[in-house]
Design a protein around this ligand. Structure first.
Ligand SMILES: [Zn+2]
Length: 306
């Protein structure tokens, strides 16, 4: 990884995904029996945690848990140690917690600040991959049951006439810090539907079929805020497997100060100076969720002197 590249929560390439092992079922079976191997149990998108954080099962206990799991997936190698995840979603919550020897089930996003970056990324990866398995039980072409393989990174349609291969889906979304025209140093923040009063964040939206990322930026800004933007510039991306997102961050410049929100996704949008945002921070208000690229886009902008 480039030393200058700063890692956002839930990504960072901490694990060697060891893709070549996915097509070696005998090796994966051997790794599952290896006493050094770690197996992470999840239940319906949640980590199973004890007092020390997410439970890490070793082979002796993991074989019992795997017998109750809907899926066992190979996440990769942490150094020499193989890391797998198992899905206990077929059990009730109390049974899953007990089976894993855990204390409770918690969303990984609720553990931000308590998990190290590698731990958060691995849990998010497991969450996203197991979620996909639960959503892709059947083939979308012929409706036959789809069977997991490839270490949990592919499902194959069991239909005799079909046999389609199904891969995990990623849903890209753009998130944009829009600057006002001229050199005034203002950015556009919006209050989203459902957000608390006086809670503002950058603008975002899903990429549609047949769009480039830049097309999506221009369309979303026009639809949601009634603005035309130019100079669409990539800032970075963030894994967001909640359940299947990839957040792609941009900056763009509006051609006019005039803003017209759609009243559906955005209730209000207005320009903020750096001074105003600094005052909000000083008053204890957060610039987006600390684990989000929204926060990164805003703090980067705020750090610029202009
Ligand atoms: Zn099929």
């Amino acid at each position: 990884m480039d030393a200058a590249e700063r890692v956002l929560a839930y990504g960072g390439g901490w694990l060697d995904r060891a893709g070549a092992l996915r097509t070696d079922p005998a090796r994966l079976d051997a790794l599952l029996d290896d006493l050094a191997t770690v197996v992470l149990p999840l239940w319906r998108d949640r980590c199973l945690v004890d007092g020390d954080g997410p439970v890490r099962l070793t082979a002796d206990r993991a074989s019992l848990v795997r017998s109750a799991a809907a899926e066992t997936v190979f996440l990769g190698l942490d150094g020499d140690v193989a890391v797998f995840a198992v899905d206990l979603s077929g059990l009730g919550e109390a049974a899953a917690v007990e089976m894993a020897g855990a204390a409770r089930a918690v969303d990984v996003r609720a553990l931000v600040g308590r998990l190290d970056p590698a731990g958060a990324a691995t849990q998010a990866y497991a969450r996203g991959l197991l979620h996909w398995h639960r959503q892709q039980r059947h083939c979308g072409t012929c409706g036959a049951v789809a069977v997991a393989g490839g270490g949990g990174h592919v499902r194959t349609c069991s239909g005799a006439e079909c046999g389609r291969l199904l891969f995990p889906r990623i849903e890209p979304a753009i998130i944009v810090l829009v600057e006002a025209p001229g050199s005034a140093g203002r950015c556009l923040l919006a209050r989203h539907a459902g957000a608390a009063e006086d809670s503002y964040s950058t603008l975002a939206g899903f990429v549609e079929v047949g769009e480039s990322l830049e097309d999506a930026v221009r369309r979303e800004m026009a639809e949601e805020a009634g603005i035309t933007v130019t100079d669409v510039t990539y800032q970075g991306s963030q894994a967001w497997p909640f359940p299947a997102g990839l957040m792609v961050g941009f900056r763009a410049t509006a051609t006019s100060d005039e803003v017209r929100v759609d009243g559906v996704e955005l209730l209000q949008a207005r320009w903020f100076t750096r001074e105003e945002l600094r005052e909000r921070v000083a008053a204890g208000r957060r610039l987006g969720r600390v684990d989000s690229i929204d926060h990164r886009l805003l703090t980067d902008w705020l750090a610029e002197a202009r």
